[in-house]
Ligand binder design. Sequence first.
Ligand SMILES: NC(=O)c1ccc[n+]([C@@H]2O[C@H](COP(=O)([O-])OP(=O)(O)OC[C@H]3O[C@@H](n4cnc5c(N)ncnc54)[C@H](O)[C@@H]3O)[C@@H](O)[C@H]2O)c1
Length: 425
Amino acid sequence: MSTVAVLGLGNRGKNYGGHLNKLDGVKIVSICDKYQAKIDKVKSAWKVPDDKCFTDEDKFFAQGKIADVMVIATQDRDHYGHAIKALNLGYNLLLEKPVSPDIKECLEIEKLAREKGLKVLVCHVLRYANYYRRIKQIIDSGVLGEIKLIKHDEHVSWWHFCHSYVRGNWRREEETTPMLLAKCCHDMDLLYWFAGAKCKSLSSYGELSYFTKANAPKGATATCFDCPHKDTCIFECEYQYIGRGLKRNKFPWGTYAFCTTGKKKDVAEALRNGERGKLWSRCVFGCDNDVVDCQTVNMEMENGVKIVMTANAFNEKDHRHTEIRGTKGELIADDTGSVIQLKLFDKKPKKIIVNIIPVIKGHYGGDQGITKSTADMLAGKLDPNGQYTWIKDTIESHRIVTAAEISRKNGGRKVDMTEIPDIEK
Ligand SMILES: NC(=O)c1ccc[n+]([C@@H]2O[C@H](COP(=O)([O-])OP(=O)(O)OC[C@H]3O[C@@H](n4cnc5c(N)ncnc54)[C@H](O)[C@@H]3O)[C@@H](O)[C@H]2O)c1
């Protein structure tokens, strides 16, 4: 039996714990979250005894090593401290991304794990989704010839962007991470994986251009409740989170961030009076957000592959669009419906539909994929030819984002990757 301890029972920790709990040969033996309500939501389903449930991380860590692996799913700036404590106790880790906004901290975790002979899988879950695995297989099969250009767009929907990056947890860089790291370290990881080489140099542009006070409609109030634009504004909080006047079925989404029950009356109360909920009733043009809403990154990889990546908030739906061009053909893929179009030169085009699991339902199956790999890791059943997201591979995505942020903050100057610290040889 492999044993698991989970630290952080928010959206991600609850999700990984839920998948792990369903696997044969895996038992969750201890859990910790600052909020008792989050513990109460899972402890019976996961059969964790009361004396192994903690709201105080010091007491949780004071148990010593009581499981084979620790899931660390706390917030971005806490991963480093929690990972170092857990590695020093001898835990293998399933560690949420981004590992840390500070590349030196990422390198420290990698070094400590290496020195202690412990395994750290980073939750770059997209690599475990069949859709992205299929793209990688096609590249590796050679049918596209030599890859010359990759274009990849992360289209974040306007409602998701507002929830997370304007009103929500990832709105301020100093509290969490730059948007490119929070939202796109996955994408940087995929691009490095697809290109098959590390980045040589890059440049980046981006800014917070729309969700600012200057763009507030005339007379807009600080919160939505008494705003004169209440009935027409698409960002209005009761429209977004309670579904008032609901015309489409994508709302309400994200209420888990500030309301544990998700019931309409509790959501309404949380938006008006909840300690956290009040954050999500603020006007999107009057928040304290500072992360970018539109960014581009231009990369040259060490093997000559050129990459253009974009991320922006101005989309109806969340989706990623990828184009890969080689000397023998092109691959055009969109994860809406997981469709890959293969156009080999002078041949009949082919459409491949991989599987239709939406991103919001577990990253197209990637969440289940990584938890299964965690169980395989503990049971010593990893595929020797398998593609896993070990910390040493994750470092490159975090180096790329570090370089892109230096470039973006310096007017798009070219950054040579030798400027960015790397794993010691
Ligand atoms: N892999 C992915 O695709 C993916 C997607 C979204 C978010 N994330 C990342 O996952 C992490 C968690 O995100 P989330 O959406 O679950 O956030 P969340 O805020 O819902 O969950 C974090 C949980 O950790 C708890 N917590 C924080 N500090 C704690 C402490 N010291 N002791 C005990 N509990 C503590 C909080 O109470 C909360 O329940 C973040 O780093 C985020 O950037 C990853």
